[in-house]
Design a protein around this ligand. Structure first.
Ligand code: FMN
Length: 319
């Protein structure tokens, strides 16, 4: 199945608790080539007989384009049912085979599926035939260092089953988010040499220079950025500028705060919890002088008005 036209080579990683619709829209506007929802349970989607409004379990903006929804689960029929429900609203159906969290792997879902090639084969071949949108997959390399090449078999199966694109987070399940993924980018190179479908490289890309090096060293088609975009959606503009013109602007604190205000404005259109908005607020203050004092003040805010007052005051002090 043909993939949509991506806005750029640089994709926003799905991040549970972070990539809410307001944040994704901001990243999309700043040049993210593709945005993906947080991982979404196939059971949450299918547990009701009928769905009157898809926004009950997943929110998005029409302006966030192209956009992908990430599903996770084990059950094949439920995965298909969930994918059919969501496909009218998204350009891509992504399937999670990378999540290391215990409550996900205990269901045999996420990265645990790397050990179940036969099941994955059946899942992908049935899923691809059941939907009219391209199916993609995001994997980790393996379970531990001893099994760090599990991704190869899964990648072959995915390609043979008609999966349209594969993202590799260059870490094993056991590594969680620790260690330096850059030292494991060779896995992305090996994946690129193995399959003909597009490969998305992921893991510890923190700057446009890192992205350039990842592309050079691995030959990956696209680069996915996660944590480096937290509190810094502008990184997508920097990435695109660097690849188009060879240079990019750095942001001062006032500019960063302006992007937080934009995020706040976008949150008004969605049902986003205040605790999550506060987490985003913290992200935008990282690296700022007086940032830790500021974060203490943010922690005790009780509503958007209080939070806005703190940022307005800060903005006036630094411009
Ligand atoms: C807080 C957090 C939540 C995440 N949630 C998801 C998720 O829902 N789905 C997924 O495939 N990966 C998830 N990831 C993994 C990221 O997509 C990405 O693979 C990982 O952070 C490595 O990329 P980075 O070094 O650019 O952050 C999450 C990562 C973090 C830090």
């Amino acid at each position: 199945m043909k993939l949509p036209k991506f806005k750029s080579r640089f994709f926003l990683a799905p991040m549970s608790g972070i990539t809410d619709p307001a944040f994704r829209l901001l990243c999309s506007e700043l040049g993210a080539g593709l945005t993906t929802t947080e991982l979404t349970s196939i059971h949450a989607i299918t547990h009701k007989g009928t769905i009157s409004d898809i926004r009950e379990f997943v929110q998005y903006s029409e302006k966030e384009s192209p956009r992908s929804i990430q599903l996770f689960g084990f059950d094949i029929e439920k995965t298909i049912k969930a994918a059919k429900i969501v496909e009218p609203y998204f350009d891509i159906i992504d399937f999670n085979m990378g999540c290391p969290a215990d409550h996900i792997t205990a269901q045999q879902a996420g990265a645990a599926l790397l050990q179940k090639p036969e099941h994955v084969k059946e899942l992908f071949s049935k899923l691809v035939k059941s939907v009219d949108k391209p199916v993609t997959v995001k994997v980790r390399a393996g379970i531990s260092n001893d099994s760090c090449y599990l991704f190869k078999n899964i990648a072959r199966i995915a390609e043979e089953s008609g999966v349209s694109m594969i993202t590799l987070h260059a870490r094993t399940l056991k590594q969680g988010y620790s260690g330096n993924a850059q030292q494991q980018w060779t896995w992305i190179k090996e994946l690129k040499e193995l399959v003909s479908i597009p490969v998305v490289g992921n893991g510890d890309v923190k700057s446009p220079e890192d992205a350039e090096r990842m592309i050079k060293e691995t030959g990956c088609d696209y680069v996915m950025i996660g944590r480096a975009a937290q509190g810094n959606p502008y990184i997508f503009k920097q990435l695109n500028d660097y690849f188009e013109k060879g240079t990019y602007n750095t942001l001062n604190d006032a500019d960063r705060i302006s992007y937080f205000f934009k995020y706040l404005e976008y949150t008004k259109d969605y049902n986003i919890s205040f605790s999550r908005i506060k987490d985003h607020a913290m992200d935008y203050t990282k690296g700022m002088i007086g940032g830790s004092k500021l974060r203490k003040a943010i922690t005790i805010t009780k509503d958007i008005n209080e939070l806005t007052r703190i940022f307005n005051k800060l903005f006036k002090q630094i411009i």
